[in-house]
Design a protein around this ligand. Structure first.
Ligand SMILES: [Ca+2]
Ligand SMILES: [Ca+2]
Length: 323
């Protein structure tokens, strides 16, 4: 029989004022899309992780991937009590269903200094979510993949980490919160408050640097703007490109108009006469040179952008530098 006290982790008497159930939304470009999430904690619980006082070997949550791409991040309602050690966050392949024996796909460290202190009123709103960057692990995911994240202390100290959870109710059907105790026993109960982020793979698109110029010749002394067409196709509606996400060699679109009200330099035209609209984007040549994207030996430039639905796109075209 499970009980709250068994885990030494329930703060009695605290009341969650409100719970959040937002719709999945697009995060900042670098974090990818919100994939899985569970943000309800009406049972006002915290579960303690990773200390000598409550010697659970690990806490975590299993989840089921919803979209293909690269697992790019994890957001947790973590807070520190006392002066905890740094936290190790591992991503597990949960195909076998047991986090004690599941293969570790990668581990990142979360510095205790990046996490807020304990809060007096425990609500999801009062606990600042901690974003944990998983992109360096390069974990490719497919819909239906059974994964988990597991939290362990970098060193066992008599101080505590905590994670907001919903202990008694199964609120997230794709997985469960779990604890591995120091005697090796495993318990699943409820769900953590968490979000996972997935960066979808880039859609490869055709671009045409200097449309109408077969040589794509650029002089290092060019003072003007370099036009680059992103070609519309059956797979790409260029009106779905977010203009401020467009970059060539990491250089954003040039601007035009008055300095007080600059406009991004792009337009919709059909540059190749295939009756599909293309997006022609303009970049400042000297800016490309000054940040090192363009030099005397450059032979190609790559463009990246994001569609309004969060899908990244990428295309490359050759150039010839005129000496
Ligand atoms: Ca669940
Ligand atoms: Ca076209």
């Amino acid at each position: 029989m499970r009980s709250a006290t068994r885990f030494g982790s329930v703060v009695a008497g605290l009341t969650v004022i409100a719970s959040l159930t937002p719709m999945p939304s697009r995060a900042a470009a670098s974090t990818g899309l919100v994939d899985q999430f569970q943000l309800v904690g009406t049972e006002q619980n915290q579960a303690i992780c990773c200390s000598a006082e409550f010697p659970a070997l690990a806490r975590g949550q299993s989840f089921t991937v919803g979209v293909a791409g690269t697992l790019s991040g994890l957001e947790l309602s973590l807070f520190a009590i006392g002066n905890p050690s740094d936290l190790n966050v591992s991503v597990l392949n949960m195909f076998g269903g047991d986090p004690r024996t599941a293969p570790v796909l990668g581990t990142v460290s979360v510095s205790a200094s990046n996490v807020g202190p304990a809060v007096s009123t425990l609500t999801l709103e009062s606990v600042t979510a901690t974003y944990i960057d998983l992109a360096p692990l390069g974990i490719s995911v497919q819909p239906g993949d059974a994964l988990a994240f597991r939290l362990t202390a970098a060193s066992p100290l008599p101080s505590l980490w905590a994670i907001q959870t919903s202990i008694f109710t199964d609120r997230y059907p794709g997985g469960a919160y779990f604890a591995v105790a120091s005697d090796g026993s495993l318990a699943f109960f409820g769900d953590a408050a968490f979000k996972t982020f997935v960066q979808p793979p880039a859609l490869q698109v055709s671009i045409d640097i200097k449309p109408g110029n077969a040589f794509n010749s650029i002089a290092m002394t060019d003072e003007g703007l370099l036009p680059v067409a992103i070609l519309g196709s059956a797979n790409l509606d260029v009106t779905q490109i977010s203009p401020n996400s467009i970059a060539l060699g990491n250089v954003s679109l040039a601007t035009r108009g008055s300095s007080r009200a600059p406009k991004l330099a792009y337009a919709f035209v059909d540059v190749n006469g295939d009756a599909r609209q293309d997006l022609i984007a303009f970049f400042d040549v000297q800016t490309l040179i000054s940040i090192g994207a363009l030099g005397p030996s450059t032979t190609a430039l790559s463009l990246s952008a994001m569609l309004l639905d969060g899908t990244p796109i990428q295309g490359t075209d050759s150039i010839s530098v005129v000496h």
